[in-house]
Design a protein around this ligand. Structure first.
Ligand code: SAM
Length: 204
């Protein structure tokens, strides 16, 4: 995956994305991600790779300061159309090189984005950098299940699925290990498909 290809592939996904990734199974999973999260008034929340804004529908955003970034103009356009009369700030930005100061946000939301960006480590590092001390990162994504190897069918499918814009072979533990000195996992649970999709909440 690289940024140029992601722009192409998410231009193609944008008209149909919500029909698949914002309905049924995925919508239920998203509801479970946010049901127990209570943001406080005026908190600053960053949505990384916001896409069509599927997560935004599930939070009460009126008294939050929300910024939402994405690399794809087309995905971002879909989100902006849904939220044109709100105070949400939408920005076209590379999640691997964010244009924010250190410690800018109380919450960072990364749904289905670490498995999509070309360099998940860089993206995760940026999420940590722009998160305030005591802030939280909320991750909803697919990773290799804990203590398991990628199965042979998935190994064979992985290159094809990458062409479609996502990686099924990312191990969260490898990503986290590089940064764990400054972080604490406060929640890590299976949310869908036998632990392939997880809800992970990290505190700085
Ligand atoms: C699978 S979609 C997830 C969208 C949304 N977060 C959701 O949960 O539905 C991945 C998103 O990441 C965006 N993306 C890919 N590479 C990116 C990058 N380098 N920086 C920011 N966003 C990126 C894509 O354009 C796409 O909108």
């Amino acid at each position: 995956m690289n940024n140029s290809w992601n722009k192409v592939i998410y231009k193609i996904w944008s008209p149909i994305y919500d029909k698949i990734f914002n309905s049924y199974l995925f919508l239920n999973a998203r509801r479970r991600i946010f049901e127990e999260i209570s943001f406080n008034s005026r908190e600053r929340v960053l949505f990384v790779g916001v896409g069509t804004g599927a997560d935004l529908e599930l939070i009460k955003h009126f008294d939050l300061e929300i910024t939402a970034i994405d690399l794809s103009t087309d995905m971002l356009k879909k989100a902006m159309e849904k939220y044109e009369n709100t105070s949400i700030t939408f920005l076209e930005m590379d999640a691997q090189n964010m244009e924010f100061n250190n410690e800018s946000f109380d919450y960072i939301v990364g749904s289905l984005v670490l498995s999509v960006v070309p360099d998940a480590n860089k993206c995760f590092q940026e999420m940590i950098r722009v998160l305030k001390q005591d802030g939280k990162i909320i991750i909803f994504d697919k990773f290799i299940s804990k203590n398991k190897q990628l199965s042979l069918p998935k190994k064979l499918l992985r290159p094809f699925i990458r062409v479609l814009g996502t990686d099924i072979g990312l191990r969260f533990e490898d990503l986290y290990r590089r940064h764990d000195k400054n972080l604490k996992i406060v929640e890590d649970q299976s949310i869908m498909m036998n632990g392939m999709y997880r809800k992970i909440i990290i505190c700085k």
